[in-house]
Design a protein around this ligand. Structure first.
Ligand code: CA
Ligand code: CA
Length: 210
């Protein structure tokens, strides 16, 4: 949870997607496997644990979470442009255990410029297996957990308490100076109307940002 909070609140970690202004091409989505039982479907703000494989249009494998790093599935927050736009659009209403194929045009991926090993104007095919869905840090439940006095807004002190708890939960010693800095950073970004509180409206992800 800590990492997702950090990535949510530190925009520098977000992958920027170029290609704005290019004509919007359609993304193709195909369900490869649908589990028989589906307790909940993914929605914006959820944390998704998933395996992903990316292929170029000629079928060459670009990367696979099953072979890189620790070969574990990765966490991804849906609907906040944490990755490419195509993922935010293509991984909604998905069940744990479901497998999808997404064919994502450059305008919803890495755009006119490409990125790293991805050349400009590349259409990418992803095979995604969703392993698990959890409440994301932007969920109603997370807000309630952070709002200690139930007044439907977060004070700087409540945010600092939350950061402290998250640090402890992950085995890091609390660090007042760091929490103060992080809270200041969060308020600069999130307290849109500058009233010194983050309202539930300011906190909750807004769907029309996509
Ligand atoms: Ca409060
Ligand atoms: Ca505010």
């Amino acid at each position: 949870m800590l990492l997702s909070v950090l990535s949510l609140w530190c925009s520098s970690l977000l992958v920027s997607v170029s290609g704005a202004g290019a004509p919007e091409e359609e993304m193709k989505m195909e369900v490869l496997h649908k589990p028989f039982i589906c307790h909940r479907k993914s929605k914006n703000g959820d944390l998704l644990l998933l395996h992903h494989e990316a292929y170029f249009e000629n079928g060459t494998l670009l990367l696979s979470s099953r072979t890189i790093g620790d070969k574990q599935p990765v966490w991804f927050t849906l609907g906040i442009r944490e990755g490419i736009k195509g993922w935010d659009l293509g991984l909604r209403d998905m069940c744990a255990g479901e497998q999808r194929k997404l064919v994502i045009p450059p305008s919803l991926a890495y755009g006119e410029e490409g990125k790293g090993k991805i050349p400009p104007k590349t259409t990418l095919t992803f095979k995604i297996e969703l392993v698990e869905i959890r409440n994301g840090p932007r969920s109603h439940e997370s807000f309630q957990e952070m709002d200690l006095n139930d007044d439907w807004r977060l004070s700087k002190q409540e945010v600092k308490e939350y950061l402290k708890k998250e640090f402890e939960r992950h085995g890091h010693p609390p660090n007042d100076t760091l929490h103060e800095e992080m809270a200041n950073d969060i308020f600069t970004r999130e307290d849109k109307n500058k009233d010194g509180f983050i309202s539930s409206r300011e906190f909750t992800y807004k769907h029309d940002e996509l």
